[in-house]
Design a protein around this ligand. Sequence first.
Ligand code: XMP
Length: 514
Amino acid sequence: MEPGSDRDRVLVVDFGAQYAQLIARRVREAHVFSEIVSRDITADEVRDKAPIGIILSGGPASVYAEDAYLIDPGILRLGIPVLGICYGHQVIAHALGGEVARTGKAEFGKTDLSVQRPALLFDDLPDHQMVWMSHRDAVTAAPPGFRVTASTGDSPVAAMEDPDRGLCGVQFHPEVIHTPSGQAILTRFLTRVCGADPTWTNASIIEESVAAIRSRIGDARAICGLSGGVDSGVAAALVHRAIGERLTCVFIDHGLLRCGEAEQVEATFRANFHIDLIHVEAADRFLGALAGVSDPEQKRMIIGETFIRVFEEVAAAHRDARFLVQGTLYPDVIESGTRDAARIKSHHNVGGLPEEMAFDLVEPLRDLFKDEVRAVGEELGLPEDLVWRQPFPGPGLAVRIIGEVTRERLELLRGADAIILEEIRRAGLYREIWQAFGVLPAIRSVGVQGDERTYAYPLVVRAVTSEDAMTADWARLPYEVLERISTRIINEVAGINRVAYDISSKPPSTIEWE
Ligand code: XMP
């Protein structure tokens, strides 16, 4: 049995819209567990998962397109409540004998919705409300057995429901913030149509997760690589709560960390958990292997490999550990396909440990989104500093020194980076910025300081806003903040005589420079 499989769950069928993850998160905000599944899921597979409800997401296609994504029609006959959203609404109409047509009147953006009662999804909500639309096709006739519960100027069937079968559809997007009653509408589907028990809370996540870890690890021992980031930190804290001293944490200092970071990670874990922590000082080894190398891919490979070797050596001394704890998150699981459970993606785990290492994986966060991991971290009493830490890449400062990584360059970058973070924090911007950091290109330019000519490195400040790192925009930092950062870096970090601000977004650039 899957851990937590006795909890109420709602399946979100992903029709390829960018909204499926958002729907899943909204359901969880209503304290009901949600799981994203592929549109290929069969009625039998749905029955095995025993959800209390199903939500069909929006999608880019037309139900009449030759390669239209439809669902196994048996899913609509399982007696499990279904809510179709946008394309999902049309899929239900199409499958059950309603009419979907290209009316020539697309609706995009805010639209006025008129509710017709009775309407389960709109109970106690206003008769007229603003909703967010994004569609070309429209349902023009509801299937037999359905009542129309809302319409707009161009969508005669903007919402419909069959309370006897628990089937509902809405043409608009309740999951986006531009639909002010959206969360209330979703909640009505979950509680009134599905009969959900809204008990998915941080406390229940922890309790369930600790029980699942205990039953999986039993009396065995586990080992966990700590990176200092929130994911591995929360994973370690959960496992520690479950198995206590049978967990050994390994923190490898590869010499590519920021100012004071290694000490901070060690102090945090020792102070908060009395955890068995092995601090491996491996800077010489990593920097030795990186000497003379300036190609970005080669640098990454060397770091990845050295990391594996060091971890293997530590693990060899802990042969009795049978489990390896990883901080894999739900978006990583969705990305790598929901079916291949234990696959390790090098980018996502600590240092890219190889699959053939003789450990079974324990991934206590594989059901959670990043904001849920942070909430769990807070509930577990982890310090704010760790819980809200901005992401930091596994290869560390090596991907922020463009050219060969040397001790001198690392020192310069560390000094500048500390100033950037200090000023961003001082301006109260740390949480709203996804990542802020410095990049040191290994070139020099001419400057003048005092009465002297300088020939020194430039420092590029990079600060981006992002939801998930897949796309990012450069942060519109106030000029005064940029000015303070620039002045301080040039005055305080000898060896840097120029500061530039990176104003490119992703795509076409990336967040890191390498
Ligand atoms: P890019 O530069 O691809 O970065 O836009 C996207 C996000 O991933 C982080 N990043 C990494 N994280 N190992 C990691 O654990 C890596 O090798 C790695 N490379 C990039 C980057 O900091 C950003 O948050």
